[in-house]
Ligand binder design. Structure first.
Ligand code: F0G
Length: 451
């Protein structure tokens, strides 16, 4: 048997398959569960007779990764492929399709921290990736696999960010891409991106969950590579922010990482990243990982609350359109990560999201509404005593504020019906004035006197 650099493990029954044996929908035909990429050095890969075990050396890799920061090679400049020893998914690293994703800043949020009573509140801004969302880290990984395996067409169903990322990376690789999006339910910035990058964009008169079903049929009948987050290679890229956060903290581990929950792949991916780092001796413990959902799209929160066996899908509705998902594919993976790390699943209202977004914006950072659920959720976790005030907390901001400017403008014009007095100080509607000197001066002086 040839020595493989990775295999795929079904999370339902632990059955292993070779990478090329995977079905087009990335589910095990019997269990209908998803797969996880497993390496010779993975904790679960440590089985007699399977692989020669050759653990990557943590201190040598820390040095190598630091040195690559000075390199001019595209794959070294990528904040995903810089860590390629922990994601050996390609036959040849030269096949990596990169837009120099990753390398995103870890900001402190002093004012939001103060509001919550926390000394140490940080934001990992994944919205500062090339297409403006965290999806780029996963897309560089899975799209590179598609290109290496010779696919001509790739496709995804999306609430907007996955499609923008897929379209960009496909264009980069010279592949054709097909995007299914729910008509009228994604932010314009995102729709315009997939058009800009030349994707075949299909707006379906259904929701995200309906788009997923339609796509499953398409990929079953055609040689099209599916790039939704059921594709386990997406998660290999999306685990790298865990490495980057630890590196940025000089290999100190935060106590708590808080992520938004939509299709629920991101929390799962970060959990995999942190636990691999611990297994390999980079860090001594893993942070708690908590997932926050919008109240109108909170099936995982309900599953935790009701302690049922299976997740009960909901009809999703929220203005945080990125996470408007009622039947999340990776719910079991996310539930396991939350349970294994001692994190929580929370649910936040539309009002809480709007206020949190404005509070992050007031730090000069800005994010899209789906990202702001993290701050809204952190407030609830602090209030419930689930985050101690001494904890070091990192919020994962997943998307750029320019992805959904309409939401921001509606908030400031008070069109979101938040009805929250707490939000009033953050509202800054534009002044519309006659272009007359005395009118302008009088209005501005009145404003400045009020400040
Ligand atoms: N934040 C943003 C900005 C997103 O676009 C998404 C998901 C999430 C959070 C949730 O991440 O699905 O891994 O739990 N957007 C997907 C899309 C579904 O199609 O762009 P998740």
């Amino acid at each position: 048997m040839p020595i493989r650099s990775h295999q795929l493990r079904c999370i339902g029954n632990d059955a292993r398959i070779a990478p090329e044996e995977i079905a087009s929908d990335f589910r095990d035909p019997e269990t209908r569960e998803l797969y996880e990429v497993e390496y010779p050095w993975s904790e679960t890969g440590d089985r007699p007779g399977m692989f020669p075990r050759n653990l990557p050396n943590a201190s040598a890799l820390r040095h190598l990764w630091a040195e690559r920061r000075d390199s001019t090679l595209p794959i070294d400049q990528s904040g995903v492929w810089r860590y390629r020893e922990l994601l050996p998914i390609l036959q040849d690293d030269a096949h990596a399709i990169t837009l120099r994703e990753g390398n995103t800043p870890l900001y402190d949020l002093p004012r939001c921290g103060k509001l919550l009573g926390l000394d140490f509140l940080l934001a990992k801004h994944q919205g500062l990736n090339p297409t403006g969302s965290f999806k780029d880290t996963g897309m560089t990984a899975a799209l590179s696999v598609a290109a290496e395996r010779g696919y001509q067409w790739v496709a995804c169903a999306s609430t907007g960010n996955t499609s923008a990322a897929m379209a960009a990376y496909a264009a980069r690789a010279g592949l054709r891409s097909i995007v299914f999006i729910p008509e009228g339910k994604i932010a314009w910035g995102k729709l315009s991106q997939s058009m800009d990058y030349g994707a075949l964009t299909v707006q379906l008169k259904t929701d995200f969950d309906g788009c997923v079903q339609m796509l499953a049929e398409l990929v079953r009948r055609n040689p099209i590579y599916l790039l939704n987050s059921v594709n386990p290679y997406r998660l290999e890229g999306q685990k790298t922010p865990a490495i980057e956060i630890c590196e940025q903290l000089d290999w100190q581990v935060p106590d708590h990482v808080i992520v938004p929950g939509g299709n629920l792949a991101n929390g799962s991916a970060l959990g995999k990243g942190f636990s691999e780092l611990k297994h390999l001796g980079f860090i001594s413990r893993v942070p708690k990982i908590s997932v926050i959902q919008a109240e109108g799209a909170n099936p995982l929160f309900q599953w935790f609350t009701n302690a049922e066996k299976m997740l009960r899908p909901v009809t999703a509705d929220t203005r945080a359109t990125a996470i408007r998902i009622g039947n999340p594919a990776s719910w079991r993976k996310a539930a396991r990560v939350i349970e294994a790390t001692g994190g929580w699943c929370e649910s936040v209202s539309e009002q809480e999201i709007a206020l949190a977004k404005a509070q992050i914006g007031a730090e000069g950072i800005g994010c899209e509404p789906a990202s702001a659920v993290t701050l809204a959720g952190a407030k609830k976790l602090v209030a419930a005593g689930r985050i101690q005030l001494s904890e070091r907390v990192v919020l994962l901001l997943t998307g750029h504020t320019l992805k959904d400017p309409e939401y921001t403008i509606d908030f400031h014009k008070d069109l979101l019906a938040t009805g929250m007095a707490e939000a009033d100080p953050y509202r800054k509607p534009p002044l519309v004035l006659e272009a007359n000197e005395s009118v302008v001066l009088r209005a501005l002086e009145a404003e400045m006197a009020r400040a």
